[in-house]
Design a protein around this ligand. Structure first.
Ligand code: ASP
Length: 582
């Protein structure tokens, strides 16, 4: 028997017991006459002790031959520690070793396997199996496990059934490129990996399953962006006979339950704002509402003087930094430099200090007198001691720039507390957005999303004004889930494809199977999918999803551990009838 106990469970009450443990050598402290070894497994760390007085010479020598990450088995007696360690649950005891077996040796690991490691991210990914031995990563994977178990339990308790849908499918446009798999036995034909099980879950509603869910891998061949994974996991859900509010209520229940069970946090507010409001107030459709700093539009109080930058702008908009008058000139200049960086792209920033004596000092004092500045301050509801930051320019650009500045300020001011959670629904997205380059409409969510019920007719006359029956769940500035009520009517679906520039033949070829199904009594239905990786990361207090995925890809989409993607052999290429240098 390899072990009677694990390395995390022995306590004071076990003193006197003879135990057998197996695990890895985490740390060795060799004082010559006395050796301590920290022995680790998934459950914790137990301290082993070997000493000249109580341990045979051979055993002591054997202990001296140990190295980091050796796999060992020991047999010994649980004794009370002379100096206790309050930081670990096994800190009251140690094990006086009587027998030691080296089960396997280890070469020196390329980085230290400790909470704060010296290994860079690329190295840690290359040796992911060693990285997972570290407590923080292991803890994240356990958290992920707990969340998925809770999701399964909640949904299944609420009559959802888990159904697996295929991975080898044909292209479903969800806004990204497909990963393609050549078919050997159907020469010249290709499968696509699902960007999501969207059409299948809708077909399951036609099939009458009523409530479906799946914790499912999705694949999107997108251009590289920080913290995106080409394969990621969704909690994918669909329900029949529902309207938007039914879906929102059901999944508020799920999210509330996860926070309660996993984090012991009660979340009871899910404010709802429209897409338009989100853009106007926060400059983004995924606002972080843990803090205020809402946008105030200032055209009417700024465009009456000789200041051309404001006068020529489509939008003049500001935010108030509470207590920001303490910022030094240097600090303000740093923000100005920051917003001018290419990634933000603003032209400049105007600031207005609200002094404690009731006066104002601004970077545009040349153009605006105290009365003007007071007007601006009043409009923004700024108080003495505050700082107002103002951007101007093209509406869309300036909103996203100020949105970025708002987040940067909040980060620096410590307002983005990772243990505080502020969810909200963003609703009423536009159905379509116009792609200038391609000169055509794209579905903002996906082509199966229904227009608002009273706007279906507008699809024919004014498609760009149509609002979608779609919704996103946002938590702390991250889009955690998105979904919609679907089109369940063949002719509306045909009209939608037409708006998206599909010919009848193209839509028939690609989605005939779905529209055909709609002919056989398709119920009204809708659903949502949550990004599991991001949800887990947020619950884990981080925004780096890679740390919550067992074997993630790096930012270049590569698995540096198994070295993939990689070339395939000439034989494989031949078999698949693929040419290498096309
Ligand atoms: N399939 C959609 C997505 O992956 C989610 C949904 O509409 O349910 O974003």
């Amino acid at each position: 028997m390899y072990r009677t106990h694990n390395c995390g469970e022995l306590r004071k009450s076990d003193i006197g017991k003879q135990v057998t443990l197996s695990g890895w050598v985490q740390k060795i402290r060799d004082k010559g006459f006395m050796i301590w070894v920290d022995m680790r497994d998934r459950y914790g760390i137990s301290q082993l002790i070997f000493d000249e007085q109580r341990t045979s010479k051979d055993l002591l020598n054997q202990a001296k031959s140990l190295g980091r990450e050796f796999v060992i088995q020991i047999h010994g007696e649980v004794i009370e520690r002379a100096s206790k360690n309050q930081n670990i649950p096994t800190g009251d005891i140690e094990i006086l070793v009587k027998e030691l077996t080296i089960l396997n040796s280890s070469t020196t690991p390329p980085f230290t396997i400790e909470d704060n490691t010296d290994g860079g991210e690329e190295l840690r990914m290359k040796y992911r199996y060693l990285d997972i031995r570290r407590e923080p990563i292991k803890k994240n994977l356990i958290l992920r496990h707990e969340i998925t178990q809770q999701v399964r339990k909640y949904l299944s308790d609420n009559s959802f059934i888990e159904v697996e849908t295929p991975c080898l499918i044909k292209s479903t446009p969800e806004g990204a490129r497909d990963f393609i798999v050549p078919s050997r036995i159907n020469e010249g034909d290709f499968y696509a990996l699902p960007q999501s099980p969207q059409t299948f879950k809708q077909l399951l509603m036609v099939a009458g399953l009523d409530k479906y869910f799946q914790i499912v891998k999705c694949f999107r061949d997108e251009d590289l962006r920080a913290d995106r994974q080409p394969e990621f996991t969704q909690i994918d859900c669909e329900m029949a006979f529902v309207e938007q509010d039914d879906v929102l209520n059901t999944f508020e229940g799920l999210i509330t339950d996860i926070f309660k069970k996993i984090k012991k946090i009660d979340i009871n507010k899910f404010p709802k704002i429209t897409y338009e409001q989100a853009i106007e107030i926060y400059g983004t459709d995924k606002p972080d509402i843990r803090f205020g700093m809402e946008f105030v539009e200032l055209n009417d109080v700024c465009q009456h003087k000789d200041f051309n930058m404001f006068n020529s702008a489509e939008l003049v908009v500001g935010i108030v930094v509470n207590g920001g008058n303490t910022f030094t000139r240097k600090e303000i200049d740093k923000y100005i430099d920051w917003i001018k960086t290419p990634q933000v792209g603003a032209m400049g920033m105007v600031y207005l200090r609200c002094n404690d004596d009731g006066g104002f000092k601004s970077s545009v004092d040349k153009f605006y007198d105290q009365a003007d500045l007071k007007n601006i301050a009043e409009k923004t509801k700024a108080n003495k001691g505050d700082l107002i930051m103002i951007l101007s320019g093209d509406k869309n650009k300036v909103r996203s720039q100020l949105g970025a500045l708002r987040l940067e300020l909040a980060k620096n001011l410590g307002l983005r507390n990772s243990e505080e959670f502020a969810p909200l629904w963003v609703v009423d997205f536009p159905l379509l957005n116009w792609d200038e380059e391609e000169n055509k409409f794209h579905a903002m969510h996906h082509p199966f999303t229904s227009p608002k019920p009273d706007q279906i007719d507008l699809l024919k006359t004014s498609p760009s004004s149509v609002k979608a029956n779609a919704y996103d769940l946002v938590i702390n500035g991250n889009e955690i889930g998105g979904g919609s009520i679907r089109i369940h009517n063949k002719s509306v679906q045909e009209q939608m494809f037409k708006c998206l520039g599909f010919t009848k033949k193209e839509s028939e070829e690609q989605f005939g199977f779905l529209m055909n199904a709609f002919k056989y009594g398709s119920p009204p239905h809708g659903g949502i999918a949550f990004g599991l990786d991001r949800l887990v990361a947020i619950l884990g207090g981080s925004e780096t999803i890679r740390d919550f995925i067992a074997f993630p890809k790096n930012n270049a989409g590569r698995d540096v551990m198994i070295d993939s993607p990689s070339k395939i052999s000439k034989e494989q290429l031949k078999e698949l009838k693929l040419k290498q240098d096309l």
